[in-house]
Design a protein around this ligand. Structure first.
Ligand code: ZN
Length: 1023
């Protein structure tokens, strides 16, 4: 069959075939040089530049000035609209004709007022197909518009991809012409390329690789690039190879088109809208030609954007969703961060996402899809299951710096024992190219060989969008069942997970969080975004509760459902996995902060005020609204400069402000100089000794007769570290930063008294971090309060430094506890194994605790997420100073509060969880009439159960949803008491779907419920 002799030289034969398809070498005589036939310039090209992202109809009305290929346009983030008139030569009849467009800005072709094709050089999309086979009746003259964004696929980083954008970059059009495209050459090139890759990927040990080598060599022998009549024989030789089949046992790769589009990252939100348009219109073009093509697409927010910006495209998407090719996946509003959003925020990601998908496409997603997020909370399995989702796909743990995650297909068991079938595509990518390398990697890397015989391969350019190409589809089609390679089929996630589930008997289980051993700096970077997130979560919690109560206190009160949905969606958007982690450019930070401020200053604050005012009759007195389900006794200040008052506030309700005398007032004693510390504060519960630099020499728990600060150590010690990661600046803090610890020691203003006791004793001091940065702090001790607050202002102008605060405590325990979504978990305080020391910097929410039997210390905060507890030192991460991708990240003034709380017994019995809520959810002041009586709407009989959420049910007036969770990690029975007129109660899922089999009895005592550890229970209360 083959030409003789074939010399035994693998290298020359392989390189000969490579050169035959090279786009660099020998293009004068090789096959690659024949890809394009004749070309012809455009009739005319004109342009119009605008700083704004405008609609087609607005753009097409502008005046266009002549321009030419090679011209440059800018600056960065502007848009250049081109008007191209073209005339296809008569002589091209019967040929495939393309508009070839190469620009370094991403572009969209518009034809007849509709977007028709995305063009992105970096995404290998430079052709708009004008005709597949030019006929006489087709228009030969036409006008097209090309909308070119002055940014690349990855924005406009100056020098490196993640560097801050160059604001003055120019973008050029390097090619714009008509060409004849030789489809037969393209097909043959794909044959050659796949065979060459098989030779390379299978290596010298597999005889199948040699079969590919001799096949491709013979193809070069037979192929005359200048004579297309030689192609058929060459193509059929390749076909013989590709059609040699596998046996039955071969692994199956489920190929799914994908296009990961970061909702904002190295470009702003507004550009993402256009990225979706460009990427998805290209997908639709591919679907028209490839009926087997399946494309998976996440993030309801992006669909919502496309729906409002590109309604025609959205209709096409709906059509292909119905056909089962365009598959909405994930079920969430955006692909959010998996660590920092609160439990309720995570529920809302699914609630908003699933409801959107169901409304627009008539289906709920069955899989959670989060390929690119920086770690996954242990509470996610329960939340997924509660939202109708039992499958999960990601691949990010392949980025672990230290340990290799041991599974690709496994059951993931969450905090409460819920499990979800989980798949990490073994190719470790969500942007494969359909190449042999991708398939071989998928097969070889699979860590569940023999347990799972199916894997996913996601193909298509991603991160900045782009998506699949025709070439990727052609590659995959060639090797559907080729001996030596895994079988390949186009699949939906549902098909993949069904196969995995059917054959899951041997799968392993991973319990607890999926911790990413990288990107630990994202718990701290961009502190303002984190603070905005926490404050908005708190505000929305309070608005929903106040509005729900107002419905029953005031029958004219309209529940602000629409406005709340808008606010939630903005908050959820900012939880995207490059926004809340702080790994985005400055423009995105500005947008995110604008949303938070908009919510607070205009939207949210007004909604809360309206709802609170509806709870009481108007008047000249003052009441407090407590949104938490327990009674509180707290010091409040009615207005700036006024006297402080100790207020007793009833659980979820309103209480008039009446001064309650404290059992023990706070005393502040200034020491004479014989002692090493300057001040002693005491409130009957705690006693502190504070040094002149603000460090704590002592923190004494009076009831327990225990000192909290470790012998010879200081609490509230600020420390600075050098913080230079290996590459991912905003993302990563490396373990070696711990070796650069330096205490902040320079006192600018020593400790002095601010409030001299009574209801509050507080002192203040100022430290210098450097000649550019300072810390000013007020240490606050309130009457009856079991923790000390540290209200902090930092003027921060550092570069690649990390600021933390330490509390070395007198506690010995191998584990510390951290609050997460709807619960808590333990992580080690030692570094026994590589899995332990990889967690040198971890995340937590409102509190962390280090306890031994009968004594412990908790560290609470109002907007921080980064912690570390090593041995007996508890550390809270405060501020970082990375320079990429935002060169100004975290520069400026910061405000935050943390608190320290020693306790006897366990943290559960000591109400640490409640105290952390109290610190985060201030009592809200309301003007009311003097005869206002205290009133409570809800309370719960067990301290273990927290009533987290009260809201109006979606689309159901007169029905409230309440969500409770077990917070201690215990099995418990609790009764929810309410003074609202509840007629019926039903258990519902997190999407608020009533469970017809689970009515709940409402008695005069309330509603009694059984909880398992960390269980979330949602109820519909029908009034
Ligand atoms: Zn991403």
């Amino acid at each position: 069959m083959y030409h003789l002799p074939v010399l035994k030289n693998r290298r020359t034969l392989l390189e000969r075939a490579e050169k035959f398809i090279s786009d660099i070498y020998f293009t004068d005589c090789n096959l690659r040089g024949r890809l394009y036939g004749d070309s012809c310039p455009l009739e005319s090209l004109a342009c119009f530049l605008t700083p704004k992202r405008i609609t087609f109809s607005e753009a097409s009305k502008q005046i266009f000035d002549p321009c030419k290929v090679g011209d440059t346009f800018g600056p960065t983030w502007w848009t250049c609209w081109f008007k191209a008139t073209l005339k296809i030569p008569e002589s091209w009849r019967g040929k495939e004709v393309h508009l070839l467009w190469e620009s370094d800005g991403e572009a969209m072709v518009w034809r007849d007022e509709q977007p028709v094709q995305g063009l992105t050089k970096e995404g290998e999309k430079t052709s708009y197909i004008l005709s597949e086979c030019l006929q006489d009746e087709e228009p030969h003259s036409l006008t097209l518009y090309v909308e070119m964004a002055c940014n690349g696929l990855f924005g406009a980083g100056q020098g490196s991809q993640i560097a801050a954008p160059d604001p003055n970059r120019k973008f050029s059009v390097q090619r714009a012409e008509l060409v004849v495209f030789n489809r037969d050459v393209r097909e043959l090139l794909t044959d050659f390329e796949m065979l060459v890759d098989i030779v390379k990927e299978l290596g010298e040990e597999e005889q199948r690789g040699y079969q590919a080598l001799f096949t491709v060599n013979e193809m070069v022998n037979l192929c005359d690039p200048s004579d297309p009549s030689s192609f058929a024989k060459v193509h059929s030789l390749a076909g013989t190879f590709f059609n040699q089949r596998n046996g039955e046992s071969q692994h199956t790769v489920h190929a799914m088109g994908h296009c990961h589009i970061d909702s904002a990252w190295l470009w702003p939100y507004e550009e993402t809208i256009r990225k979706c348009g460009r990427s998805w219109v290209t997908v639709i073009r591919l679907m028209e030609k490839n009926p087997e093509f399946v494309f998976t697409c996440s993030q309801a927010q992006q669909f919502q954007w496309v729906k409002s910006w590109y309604p025609g495209l959205f209709s096409s998407i709906q059509h292909y969703v119905k056909k089962g090719q365009f598959i909405p996946v994930g079920g969430t509003w955006v692909e959010m961060d998996g660590n920092l959003p609160s439990g309720e925020s995570m529920v809302r990601q699914f609630l908003e996402g699933q409801r959107f998908f169901n409304k627009e496409f008539g289906r709920y997603c069955k899989e959670f899809w989060l390929p690119d997020t920086f770690g996954y909370s242990a509470q996610l399995p329960q939340i997924m299951q509660g939202c109708g989702i039992s499958n999960f796909l990601t691949q990010k743990l392949s980025w672990n710096l230290i340990n290799t995650f041991p599974h690709n297909t496994f059951f993931w068991e969450g905090l409460d024992g819920s499990t979800v079938l989980t798949h990490f595509p073994p190719g470790n990518s969500y942007e494969m190219k359909g190449k042999v390398e991708d398939l071989v990697k998928t097969l070889k890397n699979n860590k569940d060989k023999g347990r799972a015989n199916h894997s996913a391969a996601l193909f298509g350019f991603g991160d900045g969008g782009g998506g699949p190409t025709q070439l990727m589809l052609d590659r995959l089609r060639l090797v559907q069942d080729t001996n030596g390679l895994p079988k390949v089929q186009m699949s939906t996630p549902d098909e993949l997970f069904t196969r995995l589930q059917a054959d899951s008997a041997l799968l392993c289980t991973w319990a607890g969080e999926l911790f990413l051993e990288l990107h630990n700096g994202t718990y701290t970077t961009q502190a303002q975004i984190k603070r905005g997130n926490r404050q908005c979560e708190t505000l929305l919690h309070d608005i929903e509760i106040a509005s729900s109560l107002a419905l029953y206190r005031n029958n004219t009160f309209p529940y602000p459902a629409e406005k709340l949905q808008e606010l939630w969606r903005l908050l959820l958007l900012n939880q995207f996995h490059d926004v809340i982690p702080g790994s985005c450019i400055e423009m995105v930070v500005e947008d995110a902060l604008k949303y938070y401020e908009g919510e607070f200053l205009h939207g949210g604050a007004a909604l809360l005020r309206d709802a609170c005012e509806a709870l009481v009759a108007k008047g000249s007195s003052v009441a407090v609204f407590n949104s938490l389900p327990w009674e509180r006794l707290e010091v409040v200040q009615i207005q700036e400069g006024a006297e402080k008052i100790l207020v007793r506030a009833s659980s979820i309700g309103v209480s008039p402000v009446k001064d309650t005398p404290p059992v023990t007032p706070v005393s502040v004693t200034v020491q004479v100089s014989i002692l090493p510390f300057d001040l002693v504060n005491c409130n009957g519960l705690l006693k502190t000794a504070i040094n002149r630099d603000g460090t704590l020499a002592s923190l004494y728990l009076i009831s327990g007769n225990r000192e909290s600060i470790s012998d010879g150590c200081l609490g509230n010690q600020f420390v600075m570290f050098d913080d230079v990661p290996l590459y991912w600046d905003a993302w990563d803090v490396m373990d070696y930063h711990l070796q650069t610890r330096k205490p902040v020691a320079e006192v600018v203003q020593p400790v002095h008294v601010v409030s001299s006791g009574g209801l509050r004793g507080s002192v203040s001091f100022t430290l210098r971090i450097s000649d550019k940065s300072t810390i000013t702090q007020e240490i606050i001790m309130d009457a009856m309060c079991p923790y000390i607050k540290f209200s902090t202002e930092v003027q921060w102008a550092e570069s690649h430094k990390f600021l933390k605060v330490e509390f070395p405590v007198r506690v010995r325990s191998p584990n510390a506890t951290y609050e997460i979504q709807f619960g808590h978990l333990q992580r080690p305080t030692h570094r026994n194994t590589s899995w332990d020391w990889a967690r040198f910097e971890v995340w937590g929410h409102k509190w962390a605790d280090l306890s031994e039997h009968n004594f412990g210390v908790s560290l609470l905060n109002d907007c921080k997420y980064g912690y570390s507890v090593h041995k007996n030192t508890m550390t809270l991460s405060l501020l970082r100073a990375p320079k990429a991708p935002d060169a100004t990240a975290d520069m400026g003034i910061h405000h935050f509060t943390y608190a320290i709380m020693p306790h006897t017994r366990s943290f559960q019995e000591a109400s640490v969880i409640q105290c952390a809520y109290n610190l985060n959810f201030p009592l809200r002041l309301i003007q009311c009439s003097p005869d206002t009586m205290p009133w409570s709407a809800f309370s719960v009989t067990s301290q273990a159960v927290i009533l987290e959420t009260i809201k109006q049910a979606e689309d159901r007036g007169g029905v409230l949803v309440v969500r409770l969770y077990e917070s201690h990690g215990s099995s418990v029975t609790a009764t929810l008491r309410t003074t609202l007129p509840v007629r019926e109660a039903w258990v519902c899922d997190l999407l608020e779907k009533q469970d017809p089999n689970r009515p709940v009895q409402v008695t005069s005592e309330g509603i009694t419920l059984d909880f398992k550890p960390f269980q979330i229970v949602s109820l519909l209360l029908i009034m």
